[in-house]
Write a protein that binds this ligand. Structure first.
Ligand code: HEC
Length: 118
Protein backbone atom coordinates (compact mmCIF):
# COMPACT_ATOMS: atom_id res chain seq x y z
CA UNK A 1 0.00 0.00 0.00
CA UNK A 2 1.35 3.45 -0.87
CA UNK A 3 2.06 5.97 1.83
CA UNK A 4 -0.55 8.33 0.37
CA UNK A 5 -3.21 5.65 0.57
CA UNK A 6 -2.42 4.94 4.24
CA UNK A 7 -2.62 8.65 5.10
CA UNK A 8 -5.96 8.89 3.29
CA UNK A 9 -7.40 5.92 5.19
CA UNK A 10 -6.24 7.31 8.54
CA UNK A 11 -7.78 10.72 7.81
CA UNK A 12 -11.03 9.05 6.75
CA UNK A 13 -11.18 7.04 9.99
CA UNK A 14 -10.55 10.14 12.11
CA UNK A 15 -13.31 11.99 10.24
CA UNK A 16 -15.82 9.14 10.75
CA UNK A 17 -14.90 8.84 14.43
CA UNK A 18 -15.21 12.55 15.25
CA UNK A 19 -18.46 12.87 13.28
CA UNK A 20 -20.01 9.98 15.20
CA UNK A 21 -18.97 11.49 18.53
CA UNK A 22 -20.34 14.88 17.51
CA UNK A 23 -23.75 13.33 16.80
CA UNK A 24 -23.84 11.65 20.20
CA UNK A 25 -23.18 14.96 21.90
CA UNK A 26 -26.05 16.60 20.05
CA UNK A 27 -28.47 13.87 21.08
CA UNK A 28 -27.65 14.19 24.78
CA UNK A 29 -27.93 17.99 24.65
CA UNK A 30 -31.38 17.75 23.06
CA UNK A 31 -32.50 15.32 25.76
CA UNK A 32 -31.33 17.69 28.45
CA UNK A 33 -33.12 20.74 27.12
CA UNK A 34 -36.42 18.87 26.70
CA UNK A 35 -36.59 17.90 30.38
CA UNK A 36 -34.88 20.93 31.94
CA UNK A 37 -37.13 23.35 33.80
CA UNK A 38 -36.71 27.02 32.88
CA UNK A 39 -36.21 28.51 36.33
CA UNK A 40 -36.07 32.07 34.99
CA UNK A 41 -39.59 32.01 33.58
CA UNK A 42 -42.35 34.10 35.23
CA UNK A 43 -44.33 30.87 35.66
CA UNK A 44 -41.55 29.29 37.71
CA UNK A 45 -41.58 32.33 39.99
CA UNK A 46 -45.31 31.81 40.64
CA UNK A 47 -44.66 28.09 41.13
CA UNK A 48 -41.90 28.88 43.63
CA UNK A 49 -43.72 31.61 45.55
CA UNK A 50 -46.88 29.57 46.12
CA UNK A 51 -45.33 26.52 47.68
CA UNK A 52 -45.83 24.14 44.74
CA UNK A 53 -42.20 23.15 45.24
CA UNK A 54 -42.82 21.54 48.62
CA UNK A 55 -44.96 18.84 47.01
CA UNK A 56 -43.92 18.90 43.34
CA UNK A 57 -40.18 19.58 43.72
CA UNK A 58 -37.74 22.17 42.33
CA UNK A 59 -37.53 20.30 39.01
CA UNK A 60 -41.20 19.24 38.96
CA UNK A 61 -39.96 15.75 39.75
CA UNK A 62 -42.64 15.20 42.42
CA UNK A 63 -41.99 14.80 46.14
CA UNK A 64 -45.03 12.71 47.01
CA UNK A 65 -44.68 9.87 44.56
CA UNK A 66 -44.88 9.62 40.80
CA UNK A 67 -48.37 11.17 40.63
CA UNK A 68 -46.96 14.50 41.80
CA UNK A 69 -44.38 14.45 39.01
CA UNK A 70 -45.37 17.29 36.66
CA UNK A 71 -42.56 16.86 34.12
CA UNK A 72 -44.95 15.26 31.62
CA UNK A 73 -48.26 16.55 32.96
CA UNK A 74 -49.04 18.10 29.55
CA UNK A 75 -49.15 14.60 28.10
CA UNK A 76 -51.56 13.35 30.81
CA UNK A 77 -53.91 16.32 31.05
CA UNK A 78 -55.16 18.94 28.60
CA UNK A 79 -55.11 22.67 29.45
CA UNK A 80 -58.70 22.66 30.81
CA UNK A 81 -57.92 19.78 33.14
CA UNK A 82 -54.74 21.44 34.42
CA UNK A 83 -56.54 24.74 34.96
CA UNK A 84 -59.39 23.01 36.80
CA UNK A 85 -56.92 21.22 39.05
CA UNK A 86 -55.30 24.56 39.93
CA UNK A 87 -58.63 26.32 40.52
CA UNK A 88 -60.32 23.57 42.53
CA UNK A 89 -57.53 21.35 43.83
CA UNK A 90 -57.74 17.62 43.47
CA UNK A 91 -60.41 15.79 45.44
CA UNK A 92 -59.14 12.98 47.61
CA UNK A 93 -55.58 14.33 47.60
CA UNK A 94 -53.76 17.12 49.44
CA UNK A 95 -53.50 19.18 46.23
CA UNK A 96 -54.87 22.58 47.38
CA UNK A 97 -57.29 24.80 45.44
CA UNK A 98 -55.70 28.03 44.21
CA UNK A 99 -58.85 29.65 42.81
CA UNK A 100 -59.02 32.03 45.78
CA UNK A 101 -55.36 32.80 46.35
CA UNK A 102 -54.05 33.21 42.80
CA UNK A 103 -55.22 35.65 40.13
CA UNK A 104 -56.75 34.21 36.96
CA UNK A 105 -53.71 35.55 35.10
CA UNK A 106 -51.31 33.60 37.33
CA UNK A 107 -53.43 30.45 36.96
CA UNK A 108 -53.32 30.85 33.17
CA UNK A 109 -49.55 31.42 33.20
CA UNK A 110 -49.04 28.27 35.27
CA UNK A 111 -51.47 26.31 33.09
CA UNK A 112 -49.79 27.05 29.78
CA UNK A 113 -46.33 26.57 31.31
CA UNK A 114 -47.29 23.16 32.73
CA UNK A 115 -49.07 22.01 29.57
CA UNK A 116 -45.81 22.52 27.64
CA UNK A 117 -44.29 19.71 29.75
CA UNK A 118 -44.96 16.62 27.71
C1 HEC B 1 -49.54 20.09 49.77
C2 HEC B 1 -48.93 19.52 48.59
C3 HEC B 1 -49.18 20.19 47.25
C4 HEC B 1 -49.03 21.51 46.90
C5 HEC B 1 -48.58 22.66 47.78
C6 HEC B 1 -49.33 21.60 45.49
N1 HEC B 1 -49.68 20.39 45.00
FE1 HEC B 1 -50.24 19.96 43.09
N2 HEC B 1 -50.69 18.08 43.65
C7 HEC B 1 -50.45 17.51 44.89
C8 HEC B 1 -50.96 16.16 44.90
C9 HEC B 1 -50.88 15.18 46.07
C10 HEC B 1 -51.54 15.93 43.63
C11 HEC B 1 -52.31 14.72 43.15
C12 HEC B 1 -51.50 13.59 42.68
C13 HEC B 1 -52.47 12.43 42.47
O1 HEC B 1 -53.15 12.44 41.44
O2 HEC B 1 -52.55 11.59 43.34
C14 HEC B 1 -51.34 17.17 42.87
C15 HEC B 1 -51.75 17.33 41.56
C16 HEC B 1 -51.42 18.42 40.77
C17 HEC B 1 -51.69 18.52 39.37
C18 HEC B 1 -52.41 17.47 38.52
C19 HEC B 1 -51.44 16.34 38.20
C20 HEC B 1 -52.16 15.13 37.64
O3 HEC B 1 -51.56 14.39 36.87
O4 HEC B 1 -53.35 14.92 37.98
C21 HEC B 1 -51.19 19.71 38.95
C22 HEC B 1 -51.23 20.28 37.53
C23 HEC B 1 -50.62 20.38 40.11
N3 HEC B 1 -50.78 19.54 41.20
C24 HEC B 1 -50.00 21.61 40.10
C25 HEC B 1 -49.66 22.31 41.25
C26 HEC B 1 -49.23 23.69 41.26
C27 HEC B 1 -48.98 24.55 40.02
C28 HEC B 1 -49.07 24.04 42.57
C29 HEC B 1 -48.73 25.38 43.13
C30 HEC B 1 -49.55 26.53 42.68
C31 HEC B 1 -49.37 22.86 43.37
N4 HEC B 1 -49.73 21.84 42.54
C32 HEC B 1 -49.27 22.79 44.75
C33 HEC B 1 -49.84 18.14 45.96
C34 HEC B 1 -49.60 19.49 46.04
Amino acid sequence: MSKMKKVFIIISLITIFTTACGDNNNVSEENQTSTAVDKNSPAYEIYQQNGCISCHGTDLEGKMGSLTNLQDVGARLNEDEIKNTLLNGKTGTVMPAYGESLSEEDIDTLTSWLSENQ
